[in-house]
Design a protein around this ligand. Structure first.
Ligand code: 2RA
Length: 339
């Protein structure tokens, strides 16, 4: 029989996208619970032609729930993820709360599905599976097929991250600020403490003692876990840019074995969940608008890194929808692997 579902954080940007993706992919379910904080409980929503009332998330919310999709922040995942697992629910958690726990699989279905081996529906045994950070998912969707062929020794990533990564309120503030600036008014800065419209700034995640911010260290640590390679060298600079809902990432790769740009382009053309947009003659390459609301990650600017010997270095440019493949789609694809 089809599983019973719960969506935790259903009123947020990712929560809403969970519902869109479940519908787009005809995900089978026999029942679905719409869960959110007390503040949002009682709201009405329509899903697949049926009316639902958002329920307040409590420990009892998971009785009889087979799969729960979480995107309500790390503290909610920490408090209720284990409770759901105790009740026999399989949790797919979009927060960073458990990603680096050794026993928790950190999964991109096209990249490391084997990490979920042993987790099955219908055993009555719950489990928790972590969805990687959006900038990690988008980067690795393109870098992994190349890594599998030529073994990445070092990866340098510069990200250009959309407002959606900071939530629906940040998207609203970007729009508001843009209007205010165009009207000559001083911009409203509540979500970010500095002007966002017509500007860009170092990612708003806390900066650590090594000078990196948490977003950059997520890319470093999550790549090593997903590739199961403690030695791969990764460094990143994450920037917030005035774009609504898709991240862009410049990725430099150094390989152990040679990989020329034509071979790399062909590998990417055949990679699942990836489209190649690499038209040098017309100077047409991936853009955030092009990938917004789409499933696939787009890759272009594929070229030999002239600063490295022979064909041991490659530059690529990747764009992906942060809310979709960067969060909701990846989580639903993980849930599909349980069916
Ligand atoms: C960001 N990666 O873009 C975060 C969202 N989870 O800020």
């Amino acid at each position: 029989t089809a599983p019973s579902l719960a969506v935790v954080g259903v009123t947020g940007a990712v929560g809403q996208e969970f519902l869109s993706v479940l519908s787009d992919r005809d995900f089978p379910f026999r029942s679905i619970k719409m869960l959110a904080s007390k503040r949002s409980s009682g709201k009405q929503l329509t899903f697949q032609g049926r009316d639902y009332t958002v329920e307040e998330l409590t420990a009892d919310s998971f009785d009889g729930v087979d799969i729960a999709l979480f995107s309500a922040g790390g503290s909610i995942s920490k408090e209720f993820g284990p409770v759901a697992v105790e009740r026999g629910t399989i949790v797919v958690d979009n927060s960073s709360a458990f990603r680096m726990e050794e026993k928790v699989p950190l999964v991109i279905p096209e990249v490391n599905p084997e990490a979920m081996d042993g987790i099955k529906l219908g055993t009555g045994k719950g489990a928790l599976i972590a969805n990687p950070n959006c900038s990690t998912i988008i980067c690795l969707m393109a870098a992994t097929p190349l890594h599998r062929r030529a073994k990445v020794q070092r990866m340098v990533v510069s990200t250009y991250q959309a407002a959606s990564g900071a939530g629906a309120a940040a998207m609203e503030e970007l729009e508001l600020q843009t209007r205010e600036v165009l009207e000559g008014k001083s911009p409203t800065c509540q979500i970010f403490k500095q002007q966002y419209a017509f500007n860009l700034f170092s990612h708003d995640a806390p900066v650590l003692s090594n000078g990196y911010n948490e977003e950059e260290m997520k890319l470093v640590k999550e790549t090593r876990k997903i590739w199961n390679d403690k030695n791969v060298k990764v460094t990143a600079t994450c920037i917030r840019v005035p774009v609504m809902r898709a991240h862009a990432e410049s990725v430099n790769l150094q390989f152990e074995n040679p990989l020329d740009e034509d071979t790399a382009r062909n590998i990417l053309k055949n990679a699942p969940g990836v489209v190649v947009i690499d038209d040098r003659a017309s100077n047409l390459f991936p853009t955030p608008l092009e990938v917004s609301n789409k499933d696939d990650v787009a890759v272009g600017r594929i070229r030999r890194d002239v600063s490295q010997e022979g064909n041991h270095g490659l530059e690529i440019f990747v764009c992906g929808d942060q809310i979709r493949k960067g969060a909701a789609l990846n989580a639903v694809q993980i849930a599909e692997m349980l069916l």
